[in-house]
Write a protein that binds this ligand. Structure first.
Ligand code: NAG
Ligand code: NAG
Ligand code: NAG
Ligand code: NAG
Ligand code: NAG
Length: 288
């Protein structure tokens, strides 16, 4: 029944997609390939781990990251800690009580990193850091669309065969909305060119992670989830694989048809004086 009505409503509403506005899309229609890429370059091995430069690129055409700025998290794959960092800081140190003498910067299994603020002392700065987590979009200002920090990791393994990429990356910028993929090894690793342009060095290993923005992930529960376009052409506006919110925040995995909120769209609470179709229309258009 619900499916039938939904089908009828889709037929009815085709051509008025502009009313649904940006909520109808799982991604930015103007920037379907926009993403935030995180690059993790191991630049040096240390006696118990490595030094890495982590760079965040806002490869989105229009979406900025505003104050209070980005918050990048991950889960360590092993028993890593990080001894120190410049250009950013972990929001919580966690339980470092097992350490005597030299105390790590952070012992959390799932650290969360934020940028430092402008005016940070020079010896704590790094690269493109210290903008309070604010990043412009790539089109607006590519120089300020990049942030980076350097971390010294311990208890991680000390060669490219024993280190493991962190898992479960999360990005809040500043609210929810981004979902991040798995870290992938990039071959060949990043090359760094010195300031005078006369020397090139190479990372020992490079991973990258891509995070994409989704309106569905940004909202606690999808209020409007049918994507309609009278301008249907795979080339110009490609058809979203998932029209009704996504399971597990993974694009392409649609919610199951019999979830309670789909039923409440049709038999919505407090809308008993509306016909089911009208009620669905109100829910879809956000007028209810
Ligand atoms: C992320 O955006 C960059 C720049 O537009 C692009 O080169 C890269 O392929 C994108 N990555 C993914 C996984 O879409
Ligand atoms: C990553 O997330 C998955 C699913 O939530 C969980 O099962 C897994 O244990 C997490 N990995 C780590 C290293 O925390
Ligand atoms: C580790 O590094 C060595 C030397 O740079 C390289 O030959 C090898 O392929 C790397 N192994 C892995 C698993 O990346
Ligand atoms: C990240 O790495 C993957 C796999 O090597 C590659 O396809 C992709 O283009 C890389 N993205 C960026 C932005 O470097
Ligand atoms: C979709 O748009 C592209 C580019 O304008 C065009 O080449 C193609 O023929 C269109 N496809 C259809 C089915 O209209």
């Amino acid at each position: 029944m619900a499916r039938l009505l939904l089908g009828a409503a889709i037929a009815l509403l085709a051509g008025v997609s502009f009313l649904l506005g940006p909520l109808a899309e799982a991604y930015d229609p103007l920037d379907p390939n926009g993403n935030i890429t995180i690059k993790w370059d191991i630049t040096q091995w240390t006696p118990d781990g490595y030094v890495a430069v982590v760079t965040i690129y806002n490869y989105q055409k229009y979406r900025h990251i505003q104050a209070p700025g980005w918050n990048l998290g991950w889960a360590w794959a092993k028993k890593e800690i990080f001894w120190s960092m410049v250009g950013g800081q972990a929001t919580e140190q966690g339980d470092c009580s097992a350490f005597k003498g030299n105390i790590p910067h952070c012992c959390k299994r799932e650290p969360k990193i934020v940028d430092l603020v402008p005016g940070t002392p020079y010896n704590m700065q790094f690269g493109n850091c210290c903008k309070g987590g604010v990043l412009t979009s790539w089109v607006q200002d590519p120089v300020n669309a990049v942030a980076s920090f350097q971390i010294t990791v311990g208890h991680s393994g000390t060669s490219n065969r024993t280190v493991k990429a962190p898992k479960n990356f999360t990005l809040r910028a500043p609210g929810p909305g981004y979902s991040c993929g798995l870290a992938q090894e990039v071959k060949p690793p990043t090359r760094f060119i010195s300031l005078d342009g006369r020397r090139t060095t190479q990372a020992h290993a490079t991973w990258n992670v891509t995070c994409t923005y989704s309106q569905f992930a940004a909202q606690r529960s999808p209020t409007c989830c049918v994507s309609l376009s009278s301008f249907y052409n795979e080339t110009i506006v490609n058809c979203p694989k998932c029209a009704c919110g996504c399971q597990n925040k993974r694009p392409g995995s649609c919610v199951e048809g019999n979830l309670p909120y789909l039923e409440s769209v049709v038999n919505g609470p407090g809308k008993s004086n509306l016909t089911p179709l009208k009620s669905l229309w109100y829910d879809l258009s956000g007028l209810a």
